[in-house]
Every structure is written in C-alpha cells, then in structure tokens.
Design a protein around this ligand. Structure first.
Ligand code: NAI
Ligand code: A1CAB
Length: 274
C-alpha cells in the first residue's frame, strides 16, 4: 500500500492528536484519509474546520475503516477505550500509542490480541512542528508499518527509534517531559527579572529571547559540545562564572539527574497501574 494512502484513525482528539493531524495536513496528507474520534464535539468541530478531516464521537466507527489506529487518550482511560474497540475486527491494523507508561504488551492485552504496536513518546512542541518523538516497535511490526509510524510522527518534528522498550522511559525523561523543565527555569528567571524591576513583558522578552538564542546556538552548532558553548559565555572572573558557580554549589546537575530519574520511575510505576 502507498505510504500516503493509509486510513488513519485518532482515538482521542486532544492536544497531541491535533498537533499531529495539523502537521499531516500541512505536509499534504489527504484529509479524507484521516478520522478523529472524541466523546465531545468542540475539539472535533475545530478539527473539521481547521483540517477538513472526518470526525465522529463513535470510536468503533473511526476504527472500522482504519489501517492505522493512533491511541491518544490519557493513560488511565486506555484500558476502557481498548476494551470497547474489541467489539470490532482489529486484524490487520497497526496500533500507534502516544500514551506515557503503558507498554506494548499491556496494550496488546487491553486490545485482546497480539496486534502490531508502535509505542511513541512525542512532546508538546509538536504543535509547532518542533517536536521530538521516540518510537519503539513491537516484534510484530513489519518494515512498512515501522516506516509509516515514523512518517506520522515526522510530520511534527524529529524522530528517534529505540531498540529496547525501556528506553521509551528515557525518552520521556529527556524529551517528553523536558519542555516543562525549561519552562520552570524560564519562569523562575522571569520572576527574578521582575524582582529586579523589569515589568512582566520586559522580563519575559529578556528571558525568552535568551532561551531562543541559546537553543538555536545548540542546534546550529552540532559539532560544538554544549559545554563549549557554555564556556564561550563565561569570561574568566566575570559575571557568568559567578552565576554558574552558584548553580554548581547548589547541586543543580545532581538535581537534574534526580528529576529525570523521578520521571523514569513514575513511567515505570504507571506501567503497573493502568
Ligand atoms: N501533553 C504532553 O506533553 C504529552 C502527552 N502524551 C500522551 O498523549 C496522550 C494524550 O495527551 P493529550 O493530547 O495531552 O491529552 P488531552 O486531554 O488533550 O487529549 C485526550 C483526549 O481524549 C479524549 N477522550 C476522553 N475519553 C475518550 C474516549 N473514551 N474515547 C475517545 N477519546 C476520549 C478527551 O476528550 C481528550 O480530547 C496521553 O496518553 C499522554 O500520556 C505524550 C507525550 C507528551
Ligand atoms: O506528564 C506526562 O505524564 C506526559 C508524558 C510526557 C509529557 N506529559
């Protein structure tokens, strides 16, 4: 089957589905090949209007004609949603899950069969086409299905295959959850700039432009280690050295390590809960 001609059903039309669907449309994917399902209408109406795709409030209807089913509900709803899908014939369909903390075996249990499953972990910058998604393919996934899953997520950013499922938890810690770490850092910096006398908008401008510039320097200098970029800012005996020493003395590196481990631990716990 042609890569472009698979019918894709999104179960759950929330933030992540919307981002992926809009990315697909922008890249020229045929809208009539995409269906989104959600219990309430407002998000579906917005998608119909903005993307011209098919919508329904009936998950079974969405799945019936689909070659690929994207499972995009909250982890705690996944079991109920998958159990209901068992009422239709699921043979021959590829399942792509974006849920955190539900492993491929568990999804197959929930679906009631050994169907091919690709687990993915995207992040919210996907809504701008700047996403980072990790993917893991279960043994039953064939090459064409792998290619299609990667194609789907590449519509909203970069992709990285992992060969062991446990590494998806590492993707969560490093890329799925991590936009929130950067937001926390920026929030704290903006608050301190405001305490220094800048108004809200001035403080935000200072912080956001520095963050954008720093991120762009990292991206545009792939041959330069990030530590070197840091050193290039740090004049001997200057201001940056004092700020960085404050971070180091407060154990910032260790805190970051602990925070990432806490995200992994929570993903592992979630895999036993749902
Ligand atoms: N927000 C994030 O940064 C990331 C989220 N994820 C995962 O993506 C999944 C979805 O997250 P979001 O899009 O952020 O959540 P969301 O809450 O925006 O979207 C979930 C959608 O599912 C719908 N829904 C509820 N019950 C349903 C049912 N029975 N059938 C069909 N749809 C139903 C809800 O109405 C909602 O529109 C979650 O499993 C989450 O773990 C993954 C990576 C990053
Ligand atoms: O916080 C969460 O559980 C989800 C997964 C990664 C980002 N948001």
């Amino acid at each position: 089957m042609n890569l472009l001609h698979k019918n894709v059903a999104f179960i759950g039309a929330g933030n992540m589905s919307r981002a992926i669907i809009l990315g697909m449309i922008k890249q020229g994917y045929p809208a009539d090949r995409i269906t989104a399902s959600n219990p309430s209408r407002p998000k579906l109406d917005a998608l119909e209007q903005d993307a011209g795709i098919n919508t329904t409030s009936d998950n079974l209807q969405a799945v019936n004609d689909a070659d690929v089913v994207v499972l995009a509900v909250k982890p705690q709803l996944m079991q109920e949603v998958c159990k209901h899908l068992q009422q239709t014939d699921l043979q021959g369909k590829l399942f792509v899950s974006i849920a955190a903390g539900i492993n491929a075996n568990r999804l197959q249990q929930m679906l009631g069969g050994n169907y091919p499953v690709v687990r993915t972990m995207p992040n919210t910058p996907s809504s701008l086409g700047l996403g980072m998604t990790g993917l893991f393919a279960d043994a039953g996934v064939n090459d064409e299905q792998r290619e299609f899953a990667a194609f789907l997520l590449s519509q909203v950013g970069k992709t990285l295959w992992v060969s062991e499922e446990a590494k998806i938890d590492g993707v969560i810690a490093a890329a799925g959850s991590s936009p929130a770490y950067f937001f926390l850092f920026a929030e704290a910096m903006q608050a301190e700039a405001e305490r220094m006398g800048f108004d809200h908008d001035e403080a935000r401008l200072l912080v956001q432009q520095a963050m954008l510039g720093a991120a762009t320097m990292v991206v545009e200098n792939p041959a330069t280690e990030i530590s070197t970029l840091r050193e290039q800012v740090t004049s001997k005996g200057g201001t940056t050295a004092q700020a960085l020493a404050t971070f180091e003395n407060a154990g910032l590196r260790d805190t970051i390590s602990q925070a990432m481990q806490a995200a992994v631990k929570r993903a592992q716990e979630m895999s036993t809960l749902f």
